[in-house]
Write a protein that binds this ligand. Structure first.
Ligand code: AMP
Length: 213
């Protein structure tokens, strides 16, 4: 089961991916998470990527394609995987297709989580994450019991550097310009499965489950 999760920043791809990992037992591969882990470890890749991430721009295609190529060859991906935040450009999608063809593999479904644009800014700027366990919150829609602290482990909550209003604006524009064309790309390959991304998290999870079976 090889799945792509497509959707604008703030559509809930990461949240749904984590729930799908539990249901289907396949790993979530998030290029954003991999880049942030590199940044935290201060690797040359992370330091280079930060310049792009902080301004809401895309990291160059060859960098993320290289990351994905080595990641999907790891043992835990043998039974399938979920790509979250990759591909983000047509060039990335074409490179993915080429590498999978060489591995006699392919993508089974592209889950496209649809959320109207005017909903996204508020969702993104209100996001908070636990520094310790990674649990996600939202200051308005899903606040922790004690402000700034994780309900699960008491860890400190932080806001992603790129979730401020200016950077979010750029990320949404970059999505419209460079990633939205992938909707047509996968529609033409009959792989696109549109999902209404409005409503309760569990409800949306149910819609995805219905499509994936
Ligand atoms: P995300 O966590 O998916 O929202 O990604 C955060 C940031 O990481 C993006 O704004 C980009 O700067 C970078 N990034 C993540 N995935 C990709 C990708 N597939 N192509 C280019 N840049 C990416």
């Amino acid at each position: 089961m090889n799945i792509i999760l497509l959707g604008p920043p703030g559509a809930g791809k990461g949240t749904q991916a984590k729930m799908l990992v539990d249901k289907y037992g396949i790993p979530q591969i998030s290029t954003g998470d991999i880049l942030r882990a590199n940044l935290k470890a201060q690797t040359p890749l992370g330091i280079e990527a930060k310049k792009y991430m902080d301004s809401g721009k895309l990291v160059p295609d060859e960098v993320v394609i290289g990351i994905i190529e080595s990641r999907i060859k790891e043992d835990d991906c043998q039974k399938g995987y979920m790509l979250d935040g990759f591909p983000r450009t047509v060039a990335q999608a074409e490179a993915l297709e080429q590498m999978l063809t060489q591995m006699s593999s392919g993508i089974d479904d592209v889950i496209s989580i649809e959320v109207p644009n005017d909903e996204l800014m508020g969702r993104l700027t209100g996001r908070r994450t636990c520094r310790n366990c990674g649990q996600g919150y939202h200051v308005m829609f899903d606040p922790p019991q004690k402000e700034g602290l994780c309900d699960k482990c008491g860890g400190e909550l932080y806001q992603r550097d790129d979730d401020n209003e200016a950077t979010v604006g750029n990320r949404l524009k970059v999505y419209a310009d460079q990633t939205q064309p992938l909707i047509d790309y996968y529609q033409n390959k009959s792989l696109l499965r549109p999902i209404d991304g409005l409503g309760e998290i569990k409800e949306i999870f149910g819609r995805i489950g219905q499509v994936l079976g």
